[in-house]
Design a protein around this ligand. Structure first.
Ligand SMILES: *Cc1c(COP(=O)(O)O)cnc(C)c1O
Length: 383
């Protein structure tokens, strides 16, 4: 055991030396934007709960009702015990929202990406992926055994070069990007990527973790700019704007049937607790009924970028690049002293030299609070 603990200590010290050691702070949510940490009430600008649905009374009630009706847990994989009846309701709502024939719900967004990608491509196939794509896309790509080529962030020309150079020597090709980039808040050029994918017979897959519920009247990044982009594989998570938990893939019926037969993270992992599925259904009903509400987080973010002279926000995520890790964490500390909880993001979550503050905005943020935050950012961080 001593060599094990020694190993762990050594690894931690290496991180400490580079100011990259992380620790998880106990933080109690009191409502949708206020939290308590270390005995202090703080206004949070770091949650992905963009629509504040984690705390919505109708959603909480739907979760409680599902527990009373179906119990606390699912008991086994859906392939073994079958899906409890709520799953069909959730999957049909997701398919409708995304305009696809079918949908499949996974245990989480991470499990979705690590299951979907190896179910579609393998040895002898090609994956062309944006260099800033989320860790779990990279993990899914590695697990698949396919050859992986990165393209420079949102650079369609570079993606074209990669496909032109490598497509011919591979049987199948997957082109993967995020709809809304989780650490940068910018959108992928989906129409151009869709045209490129069609030209090279590559399958376009988007991870819309930060787009669903927000862009395109809540339908996601595919619907953000005019006519829907042709995206045959729309993946995302139910844990951000939807306020619950779980991942999904919206696609054609044969692709979804294939997932139920080949996606290992679906087949060999327990189904979601009924309360979680019920909460997602209630959230999607709310979003469908009130698309104007979905537009609020972006409006709040744009108010902040206007007040701080940052580039205009295109999503509820606003990065403020600082570069240096120490300065980033000191800035986050300063904001915390002023009563704001803002995430300092360091490598390896983002590339070396691009440490940043990451502000996320939700429908429930008050304009006055955004103004107060912007004033402090202007005087202490941008000055
Ligand atoms: C959060 C996130 C995930 C993971 O989703 P979870 O449901 O939290 O596991 C996947 N992709 C992107 C882009 C994300 O931001």
């Amino acid at each position: 055991m001593r060599s094990l603990d020694q190993f762990a200590q050594d690894r931690l010290q290496q991180r400490e030396a580079r100011n990259l050691r992380r620790a998880i702070a106990e933080t109690e949510p009191s409502d949708s934007v206020w939290v308590t940490r270390g005995g202090r009430r703080l206004l949070s600008f770091c949650s992905n709960d963009y629509l504040n649905l984690t705390q919505h009374p109708a959603i909480r009630q739907a979760a409680k009702d599902a527990i009373d009706r179906y119990g606390a847990g699912a008991g086994a994989s859906r392939l073994i015990t079958g899906s409890h009846p709520l799953y069909a309701g959730l999957e049909s709502r997701l398919a409708r929202l995304k305009g696809t024939a079918a949908a499949c719900v996974f245990g989480s967004g991470y499990l979705a990406n690590t299951g979907i990608i190896p179910a579609l491509v393998g040895k002898g196939d090609l994956i062309v992926v944006d260099e800033l794509a989320h860790s779990c896309i990279r993990t899914g790509a590695s697990l698949s055994g396919a050859d992986i080529k990165l393209f420079r962030h949102n650079d369609v020309g570079h993606a074209r070069e990669q496909l032109a150079a490598h497509r011919g020597t591979h049987q199948h090709a997957l082109l993967v990007t995020e709809g809304v980039f989780s650490m940068d808040g910018d959108l992928a050029p989906l129409h151009d990527l869709a045209a490129l994918a069609a030209h090279h017979d590559a399958w376009l897959m988007t991870d819309d973790a930060h787009g669903i519920g927000i862009l395109g009247e809540g339908r996601g990044s595919t619907f953000a700019n005019g006519a829907p982009a042709q995206v045959p594989l729309q993946m995302g998570t139910l844990s951000k704007a939807i306020g619950s938990y779980g991942g999904y893939l919206c696609a054609s019926q044969p692709v979804i049937d294939l997932m139920q037969n080949r996606a290992r993270t679906l087949i060999y992992s327990t189904g979601l607790p009924p309360a979680v599925v019920a909460a997602s259904i209630a959230a999607l009903d709310l979003i469908e009924a009130d698309p104007a509400y979905a537009a609020l987080p972006l409006q709040k973010a744009q108010r902040f970028t206007a007040l701080t002279n940052l580039p205009q926000a295109t999503s509820p995520i606003v990065p403020l690049l600082i570069g240096d890790e120490d300065r980033t964490m000191a800035s986050a500390k300063h904001l915390e002293k002023e009563g704001f909880l803002v995430a300092g993001i360091r490598p390896p979550t983002v590339p070396a030299g691009t440490a940043r503050l990451r502000f996320t905005f939700s429908a429930a943020h008050e304009d006055l609070d955004i103004e107060r935050l912007a004033a402090i950012v202007r005087s202490h961080i941008l000055a």
